[in-house]
Ligand binder design. Structure first.
Ligand code: ME8
Length: 699
């Protein structure tokens, strides 16, 4: 099947993934969305008609369960979290042209149309299926019953259903052919190789409906089925443009902007976007997106920042302390796009102070202030024709080289290098200013000569700032707008729209332009900035936990143990773990107890919502567990045996009526039960093979 000829010219369509509404947005979501915003702005500044789409993915079992956990209806829950995404994007100055929610009618209509088209063309058929389903990934996995998801390690559920199937197997060869003919389709190379290996490994038909829950879009004509959440979600890229609509204006938009130029995604969802999505589109006879580009992961404390791991940082925290531009700049400058990158408050503040406060911000304020001091704020008529060997000629040449290099690097999505290039112009101009010292008149220089030098230096520096500012606009929209105004150039957004930022040639800042008063751009971050951000995060931590998904059910050989050294009675078959576990399989030597003694120990089923290492305590994990009727914090001495991220979602047994105690200044409210195994007394967490409700008592 070929990609129908694309007829659109000079238009550009970019999308983010649509985010699940099972928890609030965090920096990982902000990262992908900010990258798209910067690209969209840059395209608009080049005069290209641009459409930038983002939104929320609101259907599926995961959302249904998160809503139930929060005691709300799925619709209510989804609306609340979707609203949080939307308002955060506004706060970050994002310029998305549309925000799609998969619960909207326009989307539902389009998804049902797509399903119908695929069924009518014979690519969807009905069959029955039994397999392991990972609710967290919303994906059937190839694994035996009782085993964890091979992708995310969480427990899977055995699901047996009569389903609709999409003939994915028919697209194996066509997909490979397409990848080979379009090497730019999957970027970066590492993702392309992974996807190709996956497809070459063979494709099975894909189950595209579910009957075990109702929170989704009904299959047209067979309403007890809901459409598979990934088919529903992927279709947003066309439904938001107007696919499935009868409105001619919407149809026109679809024709104008489809196919997408860039689907920007996180690398973990490459398979859905590079295998399923193009196969659906080929089957429907629609053009394929030009590229699917995967960003790497933002890591925090060495693991992927993620709501289920619980190691998230919120964008709001950074915005509150350093501003949205600081966050945008940091993410694009610090992370080599396509690779994983660490987020730390320390690195953020260092970049902010180094590049923004002391770099660009300081250069602008020096130049604008001197323009006011020496020329009443009017750009002097001093850019005389430049002659070889004059320092001004060097600045002009550097600016022109920078324009070309920056654009090439930015367009190649090498954002970090493009900013490095731009900031080296900032450093060059800074050095030129310091070397020319227009604030200091040597005695041998006449007043006239000095005024000429001041004029030349300030006009040159201001022109270099204008160029830097125009190029930096997609990354620093808020602060470049201030600089543009200070240079007397008006509103930079309008300049971007009118094409003024497109043809950037040296000499654009005209003599006689009246500058505005200097205003602070990036006040230096003081020592307490890091602490303030950390405090804001800590305050928010517990509220965020309430929204964390806890979707999984069965917990095969579950995991966790508590450090509480209380020598509790040791009921068989699971032992109550101790800080220093007894030698393995030691014969119980405790005196016998009556049932009434055992009844004093309240053992209950709980699910781990958050698991994280406790700083400076090698053995301890801090857990937040859900008992169904309440949530609490438990410290468990299992850090050497369990990776915290693997524990999220697992159901464990806890001693619920143990008196609270403090460890490392943190309160531990209960104890997790584990067998103590081997010479080391390695803890193996107690768990269940069957599904058990939270809070169930063990007797
Ligand atoms: O996967 N680092 O939604 P989601 C970098 N609804 N990017 C990150 C990140 C991190 N630590 N964490 C999240 C879904 N992201 C589906 C998508 S699309 C048709 C359906 C970003 O809420 C990244 O873009 O789990 C990732 O792919 C996306 O958020 C996942 O968001």
């Amino acid at each position: 099947m070929s990609n129908p000829e694309n007829t659109k010219t000079q238009s550009f369509y970019i999308t983010t993934p649509i985010y699940y509404v099972n928890a609030r947005p965090h920096l990982g979501h902000a990262y992908s969305t900010i990258v798209c915003d910067a690209i969209a702005r840059s395209k608009r500044a080049q005069g290209i008609a641009t459409w930038f789409l983002t939104g929320t993915d609101e259907h599926g079992q995961k959302i249904e369960r998160s809503a139930a956990q929060a005691g709300r209806s799925p619709a209510e829950f989804a609306a609340a979290i979707s609203g949080e995404f939307r308002s955060l994007w506004q706060r970050l100055g994002l310029t998305n042209d549309d925000f799609i929610r998969t619960t909207e009618d326009r989307h539902k209509r389009g998804v049902q149309k797509l399903f119908t088209v695929l069924r009518d063309k014979g690519f969807i058929y009905k069959g029955s299926y039994t397999g392991q389903y990972c609710v967290s990934d919303e994906l059937y996995v190839d694994a035996p019953p009782g085993s964890p998801c091979p992708d995310c390690g969480r427990p899977t559920e055995t699901v047996s259903e009569e389903n609709y199937f999409f003939k994915l197997s028919a697209f194996e060869g066509k997909l490979i052919e397409y990848y080979e003919a379009h090497p730019e389709f999957i970027q970066p190379e590492a993702r392309r190789n992974e996807v190709m290996a996956f497809v070459r490994g063979g494709l099975k038909d894909l189950s595209v409906s579910r009957t075990s829950f109702t929170w989704g879009i009904p299959v047209p004509g067979d309403e007890k089925h809901v459409i598979y959440v990934w088919m529903d979600a992927l279709a947003n890229y066309i439904t938001a443009l107007g696919y499935g609509s009868d409105d001619p204006a919407e149809q026109k938009r679809f024709e104008r902007f489809w196919p997408a130029d860039i689907h920007l995604i996180g690398k973990e969802i490459s398979r859905f976007h590079c295998v399923y999505w193009p196969a659906f589109l080929m089957a429907a006879g629609l053009p394929l997106p030009r590229s699917v580009v995967a960003n790497g992961w933002l890591l925090f404390d060495k693991s992927k920042m993620s709501k289920s791991v619980g190691n998230i940082v919120r964008a709001e925290t950074v915005v509150e302390v350093l501003g949205a531009d600081a966050l945008r700049y940091f993410l694009l400058r610090e992370i080599s796009f396509g690779h994983d990158g660490n987020f730390t408050f320390e690195a953020l503040v260092q970049r902010y102070n180094g590049d923004l406060a002391n770099g660009y911000g300081n250069l602008v304020s020096r130049v604008v202030a001197m323009m006011h001091r020496y020329f009443a704020g009017v750009v002097p008529p001093a850019i005389a024709p430049l002659e070889a060997g004059e320092p001004e000629q060097g600045i002009c040449a550097a600016a022109e080289t920078t324009i070309t290099a920056f654009r090439a690097q930015f367009d190649a999505m090498d954002f970090s290098r493009s900013l490095e290039t731009l900031w080296s112009l900032v450093a060059t101009v800074d050095g030129y200013l310091t070397a020319s010292a227009p604030w200091k008149k040597p005695t041998e220089r006449s007043e006239d000569e000095h005024a000429q030098l001041q004029a030349r230096v300030l006009a040159t520096a201001a022109e270099a700032i204008r160029i830097t500012t125009a190029l930096a606009w997609p990354i620093l929209p808020e602060s470049t707008a201030k600089v543009w105004r200070q240079l007397g150039l008006g509103a930079i957004d309008q300049a971007a729209e009118s094409g003024e930022l497109k043809s950037l040639a040296w000499g654009g800042l005209k003599a006689g332009t009246q500058c505005n008063a200097p205003a602070a751009l990036f006040p230096r971050a003081e020592k307490d900035a890091i602490e303030r951000m950390q405090n804001l995060e800590n305050q928010n931590n517990l509220t965020a936990v309430a929204a964390v998904s806890g979707a999984e059910t069965t917990a095969p050989a579950a995991a966790a143990e508590a450090p509480a050294p209380t020598p509790a009675p040791t009921p068989a078959p699971t032992q109550v773990a101790e800080a220093t576990p007894a030698p393995s399989l030691a014969v119980t030597q405790n005196p016998q107890i009556g049932i009434e003694d055992f009844a004093k120990v309240e053992l209950r089923v709980a699910q781990i919502l958050v698991a994280e290492r406790v700083p400076k305590a090698d053995k301890l994990l801090r857990l937040e567990v859900d008992l169904g009727y309440e949530k609490r914090q438990i410290l468990a001495g299992i850090a050497q045996f369990y990776e915290p991220e693997k524990l999220i979602g697992r159901k464990v047994v806890i001693v619920a009526n143990l008196a609270p105690r403090k460890l490392r200044g943190l309160e531990s409210n209960g104890m997790v039960v584990a067998a103590s195994v081997g010479d080391e007394g390695a803890p193996v967490l107690a768990g269940f093979l069957e599904d058990v409700p939270l809070g169930a008592r063990l007797k």
